[in-house]
Design a protein around this ligand. Structure first.
Ligand code: 1CP
Length: 357
């Protein structure tokens, strides 16, 4: 397996020098970048042999709660590949432990006592990140101190509705039936829970930025389960509240909306810098709906990494072409990379994106 150690932010041979803040942050702001930046959702994780080695020694929970190890996992993909950004190694459920929610990972998150009543929702304490999840903030500081030159660090949180899905259902699910039924049977309680999550995640993300995160991303992984009406009624106001609380920070905000092609007209009104989309959406159409002031992130099908090299290149080029030549495209997969992906395919994809003109 080829070792590919080169400082991210270093332009591929023949390319112009990257802008001051690097290709990723420039693209977040819809400013011209020297080349198309790329990072990969779930870029740290089980497809990497070095991650599996780390996990053979410690549990996922220990990994996340030990800043030296979480920093190592964050940096692993950056050491192997010419990625243009790092993403904090943690989980969307981690800060909920700070709210007193008992969790295990099997490997997806399992909530010991799912939230179903107003009393449980009101009993959630306020999240004080420095007190409740100091290990996350220590990880951010450690990573920032040792990132290869030019690569910024993305901090993240789950978007309120996506967190509600796990909190109400208690475990991963295809349909999140109990969570969606909760919206219809207890709309006021659902709204209250979304508000509480919005405020907790605003505090959590602000603390990550204060510790050194240079961009903040919200994962709305289960947005596609909602009809546009329920998305506008429940998920969107909670994100709007969160974004309003963070807008004073000097870091770009990214909102990833999985299976959200039909939700784009509603998302266009959100004051975020970047919208991430899955592979079912046409980037040309998404950009038309979002307008020239929002950047887009995505959206190669994670399955395309299993194609032969020439076909993978064609698929990646199609995504790049679809995004168009206007500034403000960050290449990514449309959802997380699969654990059985060959790391060499990732290296080929990154080269292909960087060489694209
Ligand atoms: O066995 C293991 O090592 C644990 C597997 C694992 C990993 C590596 C989980 C459990 N979480 C993570 C890390 C993680 N999760 C990261 C950092 C890694 C990186 O991106 O480099 C991030 C950003 C997340 C975010 C996350 N967790 C999301 C949003 C992104 C997405 O994929 O939609 C979601 C939905 C989760 C929940 C979760 N945690 C873990 C799993 C396996 C899942 C998915 C469960 C499901 O399918 O519902």
């Amino acid at each position: 397996m080829a070792a590919r150690v080169k400082a991210p932010g270093t332009p591929p041979s023949g390319a112009a020098a990257p802008s001051e803040s690097g290709a990723f942050l420039a693209a977040c702001r819809c400013r011209p970048a020297a080349y198309r930046p790329i990072w990969i959702m779930r870029q740290a994780g089980r497809y990497l042999p070095e991650y599996r080695e780390l996990r053979a020694r410690v549990s996922f929970e220990t990994l996340i709660r030990t800043p030296e190890l979480a920093a190592e996992a964050t940096l692993q993909p950056l050491k192997r590949f010419e990625l243009d950004a790092a993403i904090l190694f943690s989980d969307i459920m981690t800060p909920l432990e700070g709210l007193g929610v008992a969790l295990s990972f099997e490997p997806g998150p399992v909530v010991r006592e799912p939230l179903r009543t107003r009393a449980q929702i009101e009993a959630l304490p306020e999240l004080v990140p420095q007190r409740d999840v100091p290990f996350v903030l220590d990880t951010v500081r450690l990573v920032r101190a040792s990132l290869p030159r030019g690569a910024p660090l993305i901090g993240f949180a789950g978007a309120p509705f996506t967190l509600l899905c796990y909190l109400v259902c208690g475990r991963p699910s295809k349909e999140f039936a109990a969570a969606r039924a909760f919206l219809y049977t207890h709309p006021a309680d659902a709204q209250r829970l979304l508000e509480r999550l919005s405020d907790a995640m605003a505090a959590y993300l602000a603390a990550q930025a204060a510790a050194g995160a240079q961009a903040l991303m919200l994962f709305e992984s289960w947005a596609g389960l909602l009809a546009p009406r329920e998305f506008a009624q429940f998920a969107l106001p909670a994100v709007r509240r969160l974004v309003a609380a963070l807008r004073g920070l000097a870091v770009p905000l990214i909102y990833y909306v999985n299976q959200g092609a039909v939700l784009m007209p509603a998302v266009a009104g959100l004051d975020v810098d970047v919208v991430g989309v899955d592979w079912r959406a046409s980037l040309t159409r998404v950009r038309r709906v979002l307008g020239p002031d929002k950047a887009v992130q995505g959206n190669l099908d994670p399955a395309a990494l299993f194609a032969p090299p020439e076909q993978l290149k064609r698929c990646a080029t199609a995504v790049l072409d679809e995004a168009g030549s206007a500034p403000g495209h960050i290449f990514n997969l449309g959802h997380g990379i699969w654990p059985d992906t060959d790391p060499d395919a990732v290296a080929r994809l990154i080269d292909c994106v960087h060489e694209y003109r």
